[in-house]
Design a binder for this molecule. Structure first.
Ligand code: SF4
Length: 441
């Protein structure tokens, strides 16, 4: 039995792709191993959103080349594979096959070709019509949490982003497929599902007669109600696109207890001038209106975001607008990035005129503003009871259990291992910088 080691970089979509690839490999008689040194095949699922992630591919293949006496078969999948294709064979010695983002259903086929003696196997083709989106529970990253893709690709073409080129145009899965998938996950014991996609709320399936059965203003809010009706304990969704964030999504959350109170809505900048150059399709005022609606909601919805500092042409005044936006919105958490040009994107052609020094200073300053605002925001959890899905023993203390609340906070609490896999009420006793600490109540 050949052993396969799978290394995954990047987003939830990549993790989800890897889980399905592992499922198909296991079904075809391969053994999935967590030990790279003894693997016959090393498969690297790549990300190209940030420079560092791409660099990791170069380093990983280099390490394999230098450290192993008998070289394993090396395959590359994911965004770098899709964008670079066969040029990867020339750029990095030691790669045997390359599989694009929509060809992941044929990884087994590519491996078989390599063992048949075919050199430099490349498959950048389209997804099969009968592609199986399900994941064997043994291959999931958690027995209790599952990722469920609902839309892949992106049509938005934000000027800094490579995703529309690496993942292709938006394709939504039929609602009936998604609902069936969730029901199956529930049967397997999953407690929490994450509906995932580059822009989940742009969900727009071509044909799905079942959709009319459900009330709601947009296909995504109808889908949310349909998934909520499966009775699965918790539903989260990620990522949302501000322009397509319809108020009916908030109504759906308010109506269904199992739709969790967490929304990730990337603002990217607080300046209309920069948002326009980024081609985000929203203004800061339209974003604020959505935030106001979320804050007025009956549920205490935790809001998180992504922000880029130092985008080409960003002035001090633009940056001040971003600081004001952070203060206004009161994010529970923000991922802040320093802009770095990605080849192949429209922004790559713009002058990268904010110096690295300025980017660093803006990053530090924005992080300070966010932390200050975050610390104030998180105080609202102190003394409160939150429901936590107990996921595993904490890596820091064998006495503690780690899990996530419905507002997607990392929560640690003292408790027995028997609680793992259960929904536990925890009283929050301490607010830490990136987590909460409490006790079972
Ligand atoms: S919405 Fe913009 S940032 Fe998000 S994946 Fe699409 S192009 Fe990239």
């Amino acid at each position: 039995m050949k052993k396969v080691y799978l290394e995954t970089f990047g987003c939830q979509m990549n993790v989800s792709d890897s889980e399905r690839v592992a499922t198909s490999l296991a079904a075809s008689g391969f053994e999935i191993t967590s030990i790279q040194d003894s693997a016959d095949i090393v498969l690297i699922n790549t990300c190209s959103v940030r420079e560092k992630a791409e660099q990791k591919l170069y380093n990983t293949v280099g390490e394999i080349r230098n450290s192993r006496l008998v070289k394993p078969v090396v395959g590359v999948m994911g965004c770098v594979a899709q964008l670079e294709g066969e040029t990867l064979f020339k750029k990095i010695a030691g790669i045997d096959f390359v599989v694009g983002t929509r060809a992941v259903g044929r990884v087994v086929h590519a491996i078989e070709k390599v063992y048949d003696g075919v050199e430099q196997v490349s498959d950048l083709g389209e997804r099969e019509n009968d592609y199986d989106w399900s994941v064997n529970d043994a291959q999931r990253h958690s027995p209790y949490v599952a990722f469920v893709p609902i839309i892949e690709g992106c049509n938005k073409f934000c000027t800094y982003c490579i995703v529309p080129f690496s993942r292709g145009r938006e394709v939504s899965l039929p609602a009936s497929t998604i609902v069936r998938h969730v029901l199956e996950l529930r049967r397997q014991g999953a407690k929490e599902i994450h509906l995932i996609g580059q822009n989940v709320n742009s969900y727009r399936p071509k044909t799905d007669s079942g959709m009319e059965l459900f009330h709601g203003a947009t296909p995504f809010s109808r889908l949310l109600r349909a998934v909520a009706a499966t009775g699965i304990e918790r539903i989260k969704f990620n990522t949302s696109f501000p322009r397509d964030f319809h108020p009916d999504i908030i109504d759906a959350i308010n109506e269904n207890e199992n739709l969790c109170n967490w929304v990730h809505l990337p603002v990217q900048s607080g300046s209309d001038r920069v948002l326009k150059r980024m081609k985000r399709g929203h203004t800061i005022d339209s974003y604020f209106k959505k935030i106001d609606k979320l804050k007025d909601s009956a549920r205490d919805v935790a809001l998180t975001t992504d922000i880029i500092v130092g985008f080409p042409g960003e002035t001090e005044a633009d940056f001040e607008d971003t600081k004001r936006a952070v203060e206004y919105c009161g994010f529970d958490m923000a991922y802040i990035f320093k802009y770095s040009p990605r080849p192949g994107t429209p922004a790559f052609e713009m002058e990268d005129d904010v110096t690295l020094g300025e980017k660093k200073l803006r990053f530090i300053e924005l992080e300070r503003v966010q932390k200050e605002s975050q610390n104030k925001r998180l105080q609202r959890y102190l003394g409160k009871k939150v429901e936590v899905l107990a996921e595993r023993v904490s890596s820091r203390s064998a006495d503690d259990i780690t899990g996530h609340s419905t507002c997607h906070k990392l929560v640690n609490f003292q408790g027995s291992k028997d609680l793992i896999g259960k929904l536990v009420d925890v009283r929050i006793r301490e607010i830490k910088s990136n987590s909460l600490f409490g006790e079972v109540c």
